[in-house]
Design a protein around this ligand. Structure first.
Ligand code: CDT
Length: 300
């Protein structure tokens, strides 16, 4: 077996006025708790370092840019990198990234995977950006990811960490079956997902009571149908007046939830994940090379 202990480090609400330094103090507390439970890997939410700012319309780019990072680790985040490295713990977290590519300023909703030696070994730019690009004042709150971020242009990646193959996705990506199939075909044994999911969905409020169900439904199905572990971690609780989904969890390749957060605050849940269990699915019911029929899936 290839067992690793994984910690899902759910975060409670982060207010707009909270500084990176304050957030990192909370992340460090979760890291220490995870370390005491023997964790090898700690997974934090999407856009961990700030409040979920796409809920507000901002016209001033300078104000928008206050939520973005221009270097990683930044001075504020460096203590987290240092402590994780000292403890020999790998970690995954999301942040808003502002970076120059080929002389052009670009902005992405980004996640990184940092190995146990403190090196960023994988970076991912979110490819499914939900929401809308213009101010829609009729909504109780905005979801302006399409305004503040550009679409990621690279497919999902996969890195060798802790003796296993890890991939990352971000929030809305987890609703798309293609995400799991892509990373699985690229060899991933574990998919790390951070999210910020409001309980209220303005376009179909009749689904509000199903947020928790849909969250687990897509990820449990994705894990099972592709024979991989899924670690899903939310920023939860009432953040700036908006109720956000908790229920961060760790899902086995069988589709079973093996660890589940029971609060909507800062909370660590852990599970011992045997990466060899992917084979239980991949050598049997979902033996891709034996039974999958890509030649028949012509519509996709
Ligand atoms: N952050 C993010 O991607 N959230 C979306 C909210 C629903 S779409 C407005 C999600 O899929 O959870």
């Amino acid at each position: 077996s290839r067992e690793i202990i994984v910690a899902a480090a759910q975060m409670g609400p982060i207010a707009r006025h909270e500084t990176r330094t304050q957030v990192v103090v909370r992340m460090l507390a979760l890291l220490e708790k995870a370390a005491r439970r023997g964790a090898n890997l700690v997974v934090y939410p999407e856009l961990t370092l700030t409040t979920f700012f796409p809920r507000w319309f901002m016209a001033d780019q300078a104000e928008i840019d206050t939520f973005f990072e221009t270097e990683m680790p930044s001075a504020e985040v460096a203590p987290l990198f240092a402590r994780a490295r000292e403890l020999g713990i790998a970690m995954n977290f999301g942040y808003a990234e502002k970076t120059v590519i080929d002389g052009t300023m670009r902005r992405f909703n980004t996640a990184i995977l940092v190995d146990q030696d403190g090196n960023i070994c994988l970076k991912y730019h979110k490819i499914h950006l939900p929401g809308h690009p213009e101010h829609e004042p009729w909504r109780q709150f905005q979801h302006l990811e399409k305004r503040y971020f550009e679409l990621g242009e690279a497919p999902y990646g996969c890195a060798d960490v802790l003796g296993g193959k890890m991939s990352m996705a971000i929030c809305n990506d987890r609703r798309w079956p293609e995400t799991y199939r892509e990373v699985s075909l690229r060899g991933a044994e574990m998919l790390l997902i951070g999210y910020n999911t409001p309980l209220h969905y303005p376009l179909a409020p009749e689904h509000d009571h199903l947020q928790s169900f849909h969250n687990h439904l897509c990820m449990q199905a994705g894990a099972y149908q592709n024979g991989l572990w899924v670690v899903a971690v939310g920023k939860a609780g009432t953040e700036e007046g908006v109720a956000m989904l908790g229920q961060s969890c760790i899902i086995a390749p069988t589709g079973e939830i093996v660890a589940l957060a029971s609060t909507t605050g800062d909370e660590v849940v852990t599970a011992c994940c045997d990466l060899d269990r992917c084979q239980e699915l991949r050598e049997n019911i979902f033996n891709f090379s034996k039974n999958r029929r890509p030649d028949m899936y012509t519509a996709i």
